[in-house]
Design a binder for this molecule. Structure first.
Ligand code: A2P
Length: 306
């Protein structure tokens, strides 16, 4: 079990990070502080669209100005929102994120989704009921992302929610190859083909919603943490279902980002390195794949993943 992966830029990324999507602004500073200072997390995943970066920034300020932990010890990721793809906006968006997070640089900056929205389009649809896109190619946005490295504002760049053909296209013109593709990954959506491609091309993969959102997204969704196979394996190891699926994710060479604002769960989710699943157990979890997406932005009026 790797505690770190080495990115194609040479920088190391911890395989366990704290997710902050849906972490309420009021709770997130305490959660981030607890994760770093008490639970041993060295990786925090953020995004401007989560609307809580300012609050996370107050936690970073406090943590990094104390004697204990230095900025260099924590890996921080953030993401460029869809309304900021225009190359003229990328630098300003990144600077705003740095200001909000009270940081001098990001370890990793990702294009959050491979689609450019009109700046005014957030949550607004056109007459066809589709989100209003802007004619900006990923190529233009990627070039602006590459310049952020030259500016010293970010150490590595990558993408999120990119499908395999989108990566193939990006690789045809990228001067700096993407270091990361962050996508939804858990036993119900294992994305083996995408993972194999990324690993063959030295693109690391991070799994968001590794707990299958624990049933928080919409009614009628399958409950990964109550899956009988996961429950049986958890029982056999005297572990929780969350620990089993996180261990499975790290064991297959990915980074996992469990989100929680509860101290006990933040601690629980970090205790995943001190046990081993058998080959048979891993095979049983692999077999749970049902290509089920919990996170699909259907509210945009287009089927992004097709
Ligand atoms: P909470 O923040 O109240 O702890 P994912 O990371 O897959 O998106 O899942 C996030 C959801 O899972 C949140 O609702 C979070 O709730 C919940 N969660 C986080 N850790 C655990 C855990 N160890 N056991 C059960 N639910 C968890």
């Amino acid at each position: 079990m790797n505690t770190h992966l080495t990115l194609n830029t040479g920088y190391k990324i911890p395989t366990l990070g704290l997710g902050t999507w849906n972490s309420p602004g009021n709770d997130v500073p305490e959660a981030v502080e607890y994760a770093i200072l008490k639970a041993g997390y060295r990786h925090i995943d953020c995004a401007s669209i989560y609307g809580n970066q300012k609050q996370i920034g107050t936690a970073f300020k406090k943590v990094f100005s104390s004697d204990g932990i230095k900025r260099e010890e924590v890996f921080v990721t953030s993401k460029l929102w869809n309304t900021d793809h225009n190359p003229k906006k990328v630098l300003a968006a990144c600077k705003q994120t740095l200001k909000d997070l009270q940081l001098e640089y990001l370890n990793l900056y990702l294009i959050h989704w491979g689609i450019a929205f009109k700046p005014s389009a957030h949550h607004k649809l056109n007459a066809k009921g589709e989100v209003m896109t802007e004619p900006v190619s990923i190529r233009e946005t990627w070039r602006a992302m590459e310049l952020l490295i030259a500016e010293g504002l970010v150490r590595s760049i990558g993408v999120s929610n990119f499908t395999l053909p989108m990566l193939v296209d990006l690789q045809t013109y990228a001067k700096i190859m993407p270091a990361m593709n962050q996508v939804e990954l858990h036993p119900y959506l294992s994305q083996n083909g995408l993972l194999k491609y990324c690993h063959n091309h030295k693109i690391a993969v991070t799994g968001y919603s590794p707990l299958g959102t624990a049933g928080t997204i919409g009614p009628g969704q399958p409950l990964l943490l109550e899956d009988p196979t996961i429950l049986n394996i958890a029982k056999a190891h005297k572990r929780t279902p969350a620990q089993i699926v996180l261990h499975w994710g790290i064991n297959r060479g990915t980074v996992v980002l469990p989100k929680s604002t509860s101290a006990s769960r933040i601690s629980e989710n970090a205790k995943v390195f001190d046990f081993k699943l058998s080959a048979k157990e891993i095979k049983a979890i692999d077999a749970l794949n049902r290509n089920h997406r919990f996170v699909n932005p259907l509210g945009w009026g287009i089927d992004y993943f097709g």
